[in-house]
Design a protein around this ligand. Structure first.
Ligand code: HEC
Length: 392
């Protein structure tokens, strides 16, 4: 495809994905907050378990939650499902555009595993499905009846996925896949459990019968999981822009801390939102702080030592020309990259001097560049570039 059109396709799909994601997260957080803020009041109609008064955008809203059949089910019941479906569909499209089409650049790092593009794509698709099947089986098994055990098992499953992906794919590929793995579980929860169960409840209510409460309980369990997983997933998706995260060799440890941090932060945010006493939720603050300090310490960049003779401008430039200019040039020679990524070009020593900080972050202190180490940069070359940058 023409590189110009490909860029536009990428922007539009990414834009849609972010929009769908915001809508999905917005509604799902809203409903958890709503559920937590429901109060009993006198004079509530038959079947109402609680109500809330809310103020927003210049008006007052009076919301009631019916656990059993309302006397009459209104004809225009509003369902919240397309936010989730569209987030997954646009996300998968973006995975194709960004990671499958240029798998050798974004997804594969031969120093991790020398896969062909088709092998990498096959592993990617199969693992996303497998993740959902394992998670769903766990939830339906006896473990699923015990919230703490289930939480621990799902946590370990995500850690295992992070370990697996980081031993198969490039750093970026691994992190985006942890995000996609969990995101797929979340979207499938909506598609295969929450909405069908809601459909069964609605159909029974319409027949004037009492629905089995189990459908509601299961749906609630899955949608609660979704809200706990949201913050970590967003971290995984944005991590791709930060070499200190994606370039880290222990991806599973970062993921482990972030899932914990995100889950506890979600607990704090929603309980705070609905007016819980600070004394009840204060325990979350040291946990969040500890996780943050832990993850920052863990991602301390590698220190590079170089004991050789002074590296000249020409020598540094030669390394960059050999290892970076196939992509970062006015006319890249790379088979996939057809325009200088992010407009960064290293055409002269002056260009390099302009980007010393970025080069240091991406290629000296982390191995994020060259992308997928496609140009086989050697550790000594990273050390030499580091020494040259230090002398600037
Ligand atoms: C195979 C192609 C390829 C090679 C070789 C390559 N890069 Fe990149 N580089 C990319 C792509 C693609 C991006 C854009 C990444 C993104 O979209 O976040 C990029 C982005 C960057 C950025 C911007 C990062 C940011 O997020 O701000 C820097 C700096 C960079 N590369 C430096 C280098 C250096 C230094 C080398 C050589 C040691 C190098 N690159 C080699 C493909 C390449």
């Amino acid at each position: 495809m023409d590189p110009f059109l490909a860029e536009w396709l990428n922007i539009l799909v990414r834009w849609s994905h972010v929009l769908a994601g915001i809508s999905w997260i917005g509604t799902s957080f809203y409903f958890v907050a709503l559920d937590l803020s429901l109060r009993k009041a006198s004079g509530m109609p038959e079947g109402v378990s609680g109500e809330a008064w809310e103020v927003h955008g210049g008006g007052f809203y009076h919301v009631r939650k019916y656990l059993s059949a309302p006397a009459e089910l209104p004809p225009h019941l509003i369902w919240f499902k397309w936010e989730a479906y569209l987030t997954w569909i646009t996300g998968f499209l973006l995975l194709i555009i960004q990671y499958y089409i240029a798998a050798d650049v974004y997804l594969i790092d031969p120093s991790v595993m020398a896969l062909t593009s088709w092998q990498a794509i096959g592993i990617s698709v199969a693992s996303l499905f497998a993740g959902w099947i394992i998670y769903d089986t766990l939830c339906r098994s006896p473990i699923g009846k015990n919230t703490s055990w289930l939480a621990l098992c799902v946590y370990l499953l995500i850690l295992a996925a992070a370990y697996f992906y980081s031993h198969i794919f490039s750093g970026r590929g691994a992190f985006i896949h942890v995000g996609a793995f969990v995101g797929t579980m979340m979207a499938a929860n909506v598609f295969a459990v929450i909405i069908p169960n809601q459909g069964k409840i609605t159909a029974t209510l319409l027949k004037g019968e009492k629905p089995d409460p189990i459908y509601g309980i299961i749906g609630k369990q899955r949608s609660t999981h979704n809200t706990y997983l949201t913050l970590p997933v967003i971290f995984m998706m944005t991590s791709n822009h930060y070499a200190i995260i994606t370039g880290h060799p222990q991806a599973w440890a970062i993921v482990g801390i972030i899932v914990l941090l995100g889950g506890v932060a979600r607990y704090f945010l929603l309980r705070h939102e609905v007016g819980d006493e600070m004394s009840e939720i204060a325990w979350t603050i040291p946990v969040i702080a500890l996780c943050l300090v832990g993850v920052v310490m863990l991602t301390q960049p590698q220190t590079v030592t170089y004991a050789g003779p002074k590296v000249s401008d020409e020598e540094a430039f030669k390394i960059v020309q050999n290892r970076c200019s196939s992509c970062h040039a006015a006319n890249p020679t790379d088979d996939k990259i057809k325009a200088a990524p992010k407009g960064i070009m290293f055409s002269s020593i002056d260009d390099m001097k302009k980007y010393t900080k970025q080069i240091e972050t991406q290629a000296v202190r982390n191995n994020a560049m060259p992308m997928g180490n496609k140009t086989h940069m050697l550790p000594e070359e990273r050390a030499k570039l580091g020494a040259w940058i230090a002398a600037q």
